[in-house]
Design a protein around this ligand. Sequence first.
Ligand code: SF4
Length: 199
Amino acid sequence: MDSYTFEVTDLKQWAYCPRVVYYRYCLPDVRPVTTLMATGIASHQDEGAREERRSLRPYGLTEGERAFDLTLHSAQLGVRGRLDLAIAVPTRAAPRAEAVVVEYKDSERAAGTHFKLQLAAYALLLEEAWGLPVRRGFFYAIPTRQVEPVTITAALRRKVVQTVHALRTAVVGEQMPEAPESRRPCVSCEFRRFCNDVV
Ligand code: SF4
């Protein structure tokens, strides 16, 4: 058994370009925190403060118990992360019948596959932490204040497990993954200097 615990954000990054995750773990200390990353962290924190004053209506809920900036960890999956918002939803029969995951994003574009994979990973972690089913989640777009629903499907759940397995195989075995087919992510990538075979 290896000692790696991966971040939920690694799964999103893996879907975008697996090599970035590989470099992060296998070439530690080379990745700077860019201004863009620092700005993203700050805007998420601001949004959390606003969210506390908002109703649950955008999520189609009338009642729910909210938990912000929730630190989650699954020893079984080997993944940890910090979820922007979790909501425990009651029914007439139970005060906590299901849970919902919410992530804020700084983009107004519809969530791509990599974002959905990230949300599904949080869903699995929250299910384990709270012992409640998580069947749905939402992205809250900060620029437009619009909510995008996402169903946590069986296929998404499988994809989370498969991605963690692929990630672990690459990092533990120090096997550099293939570059993505598209070279668009390479244009502004801070790891360009390590990818002489493709850029
Ligand atoms: S340069 Fe391209 S292939 Fe290499 S890590 Fe960056 S995005 Fe991935």
